[in-house]
Write a protein that binds this ligand. Structure first.
Ligand SMILES: *Cc1c(COP(=O)(O)O)cnc(C)c1O
Length: 389
């Protein structure tokens, strides 16, 4: 590892040596034991089934249904298509709008448009960082086809509130549960709430299938419909092999995630201006995402903070770079003014996590953040883009 920083000139952005020659990602990139992956893959190759819902995809669906304690699980080639097909299957006939939080997965509005629906963005709760029932209720009306609840990247969605709102208004409720795949709520395992829940098996998620997604539900008719409509978006057998291997190692992975999270907790304790967003052990969290709020005491703009970190090989990411209602959209949508979402979108970043990041790396990263905090006023003055009046 390169030498520690003593003065601002030691920062890579100012010509000093870079802390990490191999950059440290905020993507999980879990890598299950190769022997395990190969053993599953051999079954697929020997069975001569390479795609289209072969025996491994079926076995994975069974394992995931068991894992989430739901009767049905339907797999797809990605979380994106799982969401699109679930939205299309669930939308109330004759109504057009999908109520979704403005702070969420960046393609969510595109998915609604693909499903033939119109995104209606609602505000998010400042603490939960996603849409609660109180946030969503003002947007639910005659033309609401679907209510989308999204689990935030730390903590849980307002499951009970959203379910009550859906029941009161007779609008179907779909959860994007990608970020809470491992969690448990007081009312049960994530996977069994609303009309259906959607998950991803992308490489940056907790369960890595290279690519892939799935839907869990209690509704056998919905499961059948999704299977029929989903046959053009199948999960391939080698992806199922990877996901099965990843699933077997999940508890070990979560244990490592927790150690990394605790190392961040130690390293950031007492750091002015940075607040590590805590996990609640009651949710049985997976401890994957390391989310940090830049509070008013942090003397550097978020974009400048990111620039300085990237130069060192710390690939931190803005969370979220932009609320959805501020993105350019070429399809119909409902304009909105959402001050809480806009405020939150400028204050948070994700720090490196996952199997590519060691505990020593975490100490290096928190040490770098302490250094940046110490020199914040000077760095801000020297490096911030000039404001044009
Ligand atoms: C990644 C992600 C998706 C999409 O899943 P893909 O498998 O990448 O298509 C959807 N929702 C959330 C919250 C995500 O993080």
């Amino acid at each position: 590892m390169s030498a520690a920083k003593r003065q601002p000139e030691d920062l890579a952005e100012l010509g000093g040596p870079c802390l990490f020659e191999r950059p440290r990602p905020v993507s999980n990139l879990a890598r299950p034991d190769f022997g395990r992956i190969a053993a599953y893959a051999r079954q697929a190759v020997q069975a001569h089934t390479f795609s289209d819902h072969g025996p491994l995809a079926t076995r994975l669906e069974q394992a995931l249904a068991h894992f989430h304690e739901t009767p049905h699980c339907v797999s797809f080639s990605s979380g994106f298509w799982a969401l699109g097909l679930a939205m299309r299957a669930l939308a109330r006939p004759g109504a057009r709008e999908v109520v979704m939080p403005a702070l969420t997965y960046r393609r969510m509005a595109d998915i609604a448009a693909w499903a033939g629906l119109t995104p209606r963005f609602c505000e998010v709760d400042a603490l939960r960082m996603t849409n609660t029932a109180d946030c969503a209720a003002p947007c639910v009306g005659e033309d609401t086809a679907l209510l989308l609840g999204v689990h935030p990247i730390c903590g849980l969605a307002d499951i009970a509130g959203l379910q009550a709102l859906a029941a009161r208004t007779s609008v179907p409720l779909l959860f994007d549960s990608v970020e809470s795949v491992y969690e448990r709520s007081p009312a049960g395992r994530i996977g069994g709430f609303g009309a259906a829940e959607v998950f991803s098996l992308g490489a940056s998620k907790l369960i890595n299938g290279f690519e892939g997604g799935y839907v869990t539900t209690h509704d056998p008719r919905l499961a059948d419909q999704l299977r029929t409509h989903g046959r053009h978006f199948p999960l391939h057998e080698l992806h199922a092999a990877m996901a099965l291997a990843s699933l077997e190692e999940l508890d070990t992975q979560v244990h490592h995630n927790r150690l990394r999270y605790e190392a961040y907790q130690d390293g950031l304790a007492g750091q002015d201006g940075l607040r590590l967003v805590p996990f609640d052990p009651a949710d049985r969290p997976a401890y994957k995402n390391i989310l940090v709020e830049l509070t008013d005491g942090w003397g550097l703009a978020r974009d400048l903070t990111l620039r300085l970190l990237h130069a060192e090989g710390v690939l931190a990411r803005a969370y979220y770079p932009q609320p959805l209602h501020r993105q350019a959209m070429s399809y119909p949508h409902i304009p909105a003014r959402l001050p809480v979402s806009e405020w939150l979108a400028g204050r948070y970043l994700l720090l490196p996590c996952g199997e590519q990041v060691s505990l020593a790396d975490v100490r290096t990263i928190t040490g770098l953040l302490a250094f940046l905090g110490q020199h914040a006023p000077a760095l801000q003055q020297r490096l911030a883009p000039r404001e044009h009046p």
